[in-house]
Write a protein that binds this ligand. Structure first.
Ligand code: ADP
Length: 161
């Protein structure tokens, strides 16, 4: 049985993340969306909120589980008995960071393999950061995030689209 882990901050979970999750779920028997408890990045949503939004978005995918993790990804992978790290690649700008991360994880845990899915062209411009920026300045984010995320962001600032 193949079990992959798709790690990230998911602050918040976007349609780009959902696309990678759906495609990953169609390849692997089980997919764990692993939400990082990150102290260094100032997150808009708490880890519980980020997990809930991801869970809601992936409710139609029975082989997807959403969990939070703290500390080293490779420790989480061992704990969950998974060898496959799934990541998404948007542009060449993602590549350098992702390449470094994959090499580091390989060094720390040689049994792990990082699999990359290339973004669907329609999500190539989409990031959690850009969604938060657009939202902050009053632009509509409806087309960029799953409905549950849209609802929760609007609850934060009700007059926003
Ligand atoms: P992190 O906080 O780990 O940098 P994110 O939570 O922003 O990452 O994203 C998690 C993973 O999803 C990363 O591999 C990132 O490249 C990928 N990703 C983010 N947005 C998209 C998108 N629009 N299309 C494809 N992959 C994406």
């Amino acid at each position: 049985m193949s079990r992959a882990v798709y790690p990230g901050s998911f602050d918040p979970f976007t349609n780009g993340h959902l696309d990678i999750t759906e495609r990953g779920a169609s390849i692997f028997d089980e997919l764990i969306v692993a939400v990082l408890v990150n102290d260094s990045k100032r997150a808009m949503f708490s880890v519980n909120e980020r997990c809930m939004m991801a869970r809601e978005a992936a409710v139609h995918l029975p082989n997807v589980k959403v969990m939070s993790f703290e500390g080293l990804l490779v420790d989480f992978m061992r704990q969950e008995q998974s060898r496959v790290i799934l990541r998404g690649l948007r542009a060449i700008s993602d590549f350098e960071y992702e390449f470094q991360l994959a090499q580091m994880n390989k060094q720390l845990a040689p049994e792990t393999e990082t699999f990359f899915l290339v973004t669907d062209a329609k999500y190539s411009y989409l990031s959690s950061r850009s969604v938060k920026e657009v939202f902050k300045f009053g632009g509509s984010i409806k087309d960029f995030v799953p409905p549950g995320v849209f609802r929760r962001m609007r609850e934060r600032i009700p007059q926003r689209q």
